[in-house]
Design a protein around this ligand. Structure first.
Ligand SMILES: *[C@@H]1O[C@H](CO)[C@@H](O)[C@H](O)[C@H]1NC(C)=O
Ligand SMILES: *[C@@H]1O[C@H](CO)[C@@H](O)[C@H](O)[C@H]1NC(C)=O
Ligand SMILES: *[C@@H]1O[C@H](CO)[C@@H](O)[C@H](O)[C@H]1NC(C)=O
Ligand SMILES: *[C@@H]1O[C@H](CO)[C@@H](O)[C@H](O)[C@H]1NC(C)=O
Ligand SMILES: *[C@@H]1O[C@H](CO)[C@@H](O)[C@H](O)[C@H]1NC(C)=O
Ligand SMILES: *[C@@H]1O[C@H](CO)[C@@H](O)[C@H](O)[C@H]1NC(C)=O
Ligand SMILES: *[C@@H]1O[C@H](CO)[C@@H](O)[C@H](O)[C@H]1NC(C)=O
Ligand SMILES: *[C@@H]1O[C@H](CO)[C@@H](O)[C@H](O)[C@H]1NC(C)=O
Length: 293
């Protein structure tokens, strides 16, 4: 008895599993992977068979509320709920109404389902929409003379690599709108003779590569050394000259300066002495009357 129910349950489970698998296969078969670049426009069509009476679009974004657009052929009316303004039905002579997305945004990524009711039955077409954002690219030399390659606000994050292939450090910054900024610094300038490095960016929206000469070459660094030595020599010479002239002028000064300074000093001392006494007197006056309590 018990074994029988167990077998029945097992049988049901298998049946449910098989049914689920079939449903999944059917759904997958009808799914269209689609990718659009931010700002692009596109038209999505439904699977049409027979005489259509009603057409329903259900858009489920990855984040946020779903949007519904229903079109009735008999009354030629559209009902819309929670749909953004850049999504609308488009009507073309001789064609069934289609869904038009104008200037797509990252937020519109998600599943787009079109259900058609017609004389031949119900038909569904599914789109899985991914929105790409091409990265903003820049290649520059930092303060240390290392090449830095930046692929800002890309979706998905860009892949960076360097030529000649060498060690580099990479940083990633994730933004709220699902974009990622990738920054890579080439850290092996001195290991090779070539001073030109190339940054290569790989992204589904397009590849890019650019070269820059930051790293000082052997020749450059030779001239740099010569320059530094020359500067040091000039500074030493200048210092020597200053010292020499200072010694000479000091001897001249000692002869004339002391008599000039002496009278001023004594006058100032006298003056400040008198002022000081007056001040002292005026300051001490109020102290003659100690504050009463
Ligand atoms: C529209 O969005 C609201 C929440 O903002 C939700 O309660 C409602 O069910 C949505 N309507 C449809 C038709 O999806
Ligand atoms: C249905 O309405 C749209 C405008 O909302 C119009 O462009 C189209 O021609 C109409 N179609 C029919 C069959 O009347
Ligand atoms: C959608 O398109 C119809 C006609 O094609 C137009 O009347 C309506 O204003 C549009 N809606 C939006 C939100 O753009
Ligand atoms: C849609 O595609 C994304 C990847 O592009 C995947 O992660 C997701 O599971 C897909 N959704 C469906 C319902 O197929
Ligand atoms: C994403 O956000 C960053 C800043 O947070 C902004 O610079 C960038 O333009 C945004 N990208 C898109 C496609 O909205
Ligand atoms: C220098 O570059 C050459 C090719 O240009 C390469 O074969 C070599 O391995 C590089 N050396 C280092 C240390 O990166
Ligand atoms: C190094 O860069 C200079 C320009 O800054 C260029 O003239 C020179 O050819 C480069 N040397 C090598 C070996 O790439
Ligand atoms: C970018 O480069 C990768 C690897 O070399 C290649 O598979 C892909 O097709 C390229 N994409 C474009 C848009 O050129």
């Amino acid at each position: 008895m018990k074994a029988g129910t167990n077998m029945k349950i097992a049988g049901k489970t298998v049946l449910v599993f098989v049914l689920l698998s079939i449903t999944m296969v059917m759904t997958l078969a009808g799914s269209n992977i689609m990718s659009m670049t931010v700002g692009d426009s596109s038209v999505l069509t439904c699977l049409i068979k027979g005489q259509v009476s009603m057409l329903t679009w259900t858009i489920t974004p990855k984040v946020g509320d779903p949007c519904t657009l229903v079109y009735r052929i008999d009354t030629n009316t559209t009902y819309r709920a929670n749909c953004s303004d850049n999504i609308n039905l488009t009507f073309r002579a001789g064609l069934a109404p289609a869904l038009e997305i104008q200037q797509v945004e990252i937020a519109q990524e998600g599943i787009y389902l079109c259900d058609v009711a017609s004389t031949d039955g119900n038909f569904r077409r599914m789109y899985n929409l991914t929105v790409l954002a091409p990265p903003r690219l820049s290649l520059y030399c930092d303060e240390q003379g290392s090449p830095v390659c930046e692929a800002a606000v890309g979706k998905p994050p860009a892949q960076l690599s360097w030529g000649p292939e060498s060690s580099s450090t990479a940083e990633e910054e994730h933004h709220d709108n699902r974009t990622v900024t990738v920054l890579s610094k080439f850290t092996a300038c001195s290991t090779n003779v070539s001073n030109v490095t190339t940054c290569m960016v790989f992204h589904p929206a397009g590849n890019w590569s650019q070269s820059i000469a930051c790293c000082p070459s052997e020749k450059n660094s030779f001239f740099l050394h010569i320059g530094i030595i020359t500067c040091v020599l000039i500074i030493i010479t200048l210092l020597a000259a200053i010292c020499y002239f200072k010694l000479h002028s000091d001897r001249l000064c000692h002869k004339t300066k002391p008599p000039e300074i002496a009278p001023i000093h004594s006058q100032q001392a006298n003056k400040s002495g008198v002022e000081g006494k007056i001040k002292e007197a005026s300051e001490t006056k109020p102290q003659l009357h100690p504050p009463n309590l």
